[in-house]
Ligand binder design. Structure first.
Ligand code: PAF
Length: 308
């Protein structure tokens, strides 16, 4: 099998319907399942893991590669975002993806900038949203469009008895805020799709994989390790049911030359509301998510870890 490249929504829908019609149907559900992996390209091993997870769970898998102008505040950032179509196709092919959907901006936004958009609300203004105003509105708007574009008109099995949809979209846990917002959008606006979170992939030394790591010099890459070190420190304390002592983890980052901490927050894993209790003076209990963002040189990096 090799991955077929398509660039229009019409081609995408026709091809996935054709592939689904050829999918085996041992459970007699009258159709197959489709996994969608939305990306902006510059694919790395983290994306490959998303794709492999989708391939393992579905009859047909589509990965989209579209650098979405709506989610970039700074035109220079959009300009310098890496475009690596051939290499992306090779990554998707190796993962067993059936279709790579790489539309132009005109295909996604035929009327130019959309006048009506999805809004991420208050959660979209926190954490990453605080330093990137409008970013999550742009990301959710394109995700909504990709979810519609990727859904084939025919060939999908009905939801199973447990209510699991036959249409699934895969998102990395590294972008925890994006994942939480996509889950809210799908629930709040009744999108008939299951959102499947996929764990963060790390290099051997702990650095979370990101398309932005390629912009780090060797020295900056070493310095960037402090993000995962600070999170690991919190995890060790959470595992030992000790107070988290967030300021001491922040201090670790502040002490690293070339790294400027933006935020280190311990939040509720579902709502992402800051978790005030059990963080400072009392032993840690329950579950939480620790989120960190920092600028390393000129590169902004994020990471997170589940606690409890
Ligand atoms: O996470 C990304 O790569 C992008 O934000 C997404 C979900 C593909 C939307 O452009």
């Amino acid at each position: 099998m090799s991955t077929t490249l398509v660039t229009t929504i019409a081609e995408l829908k026709a091809l996935s319907a054709k592939l689904l019609s050829a999918a085996p149907d041992p459970a007699g559900r009258g159709g197959g399942t489709l996994g969608l992996v939305p990306t902006m390209g510059a694919l790395h091993a983290g994306h490959a893991e998303l794709a492999r997870t989708a391939v393992a769970e579905n009859d047909v898998v589509v990965a989209s590669v579209f650098v979405n102008p709506l989610q970039f505040g700074d035109p220079a950032d959009l300009e310098r975002y890496p475009r690596t179509t051939d290499a992306d196709l090779a990554v998707l092919d190796a993962a067993g993806v059936d279709v790579m959907f790489a539309p132009s901006a005109a295909e996604m936004y035929p009327g130019g900038e959309p006048a009506v958009r999805v809004t991420a609300g208050k959660l979209g203004e926190l954490y990453e949203g605080a330093s990137r105003p409008g970013h999550f509105d742009g990301a959710l708007t394109v995700v909504a469009k990709l979810l519609h574009a990727g859904r084939p008109d025919t060939g999908l099995a009905p939801a199973d008895a447990a209510g699991r949809q036959s249409y699934r979209a895969y998102f990395g846990q590294k972008d925890a805020q994006q994942l939480a917002l996509v889950q809210r959008m799908v629930a709040d606006l009744n999108f008939p799709v299951d959102i499947v979170p996929v764990p963060i992939v790390r290099d051997g030394d702990g650095l979370a994989l990101s398309s932005r790591n390629r912009f780090l010099s060797d020295g900056e890459r070493d310095a960037a390790l402090v993000l995962s070190h600070a999170l690991r420190l919190l995890r060790r304390r959470a595992d030992a049911h000790e107070p988290l002592d967030i300021p001491s983890a922040e201090e670790l980052v502040h002490m690293t030359p070339g790294v400027e901490l933006d935020y280190l927050e311990v939040v509720d894993p579902d709502t992402l509301a800051v978790r005030a209790e059990n963080c400072q003076d009392t032993p840690f209990t329950g579950r939480a998510l620790a989120l960190i963002a920092a600028r390393v040189g000129s590169v902004r990096l994020i990471d997170n870890v589940t606690l409890g």
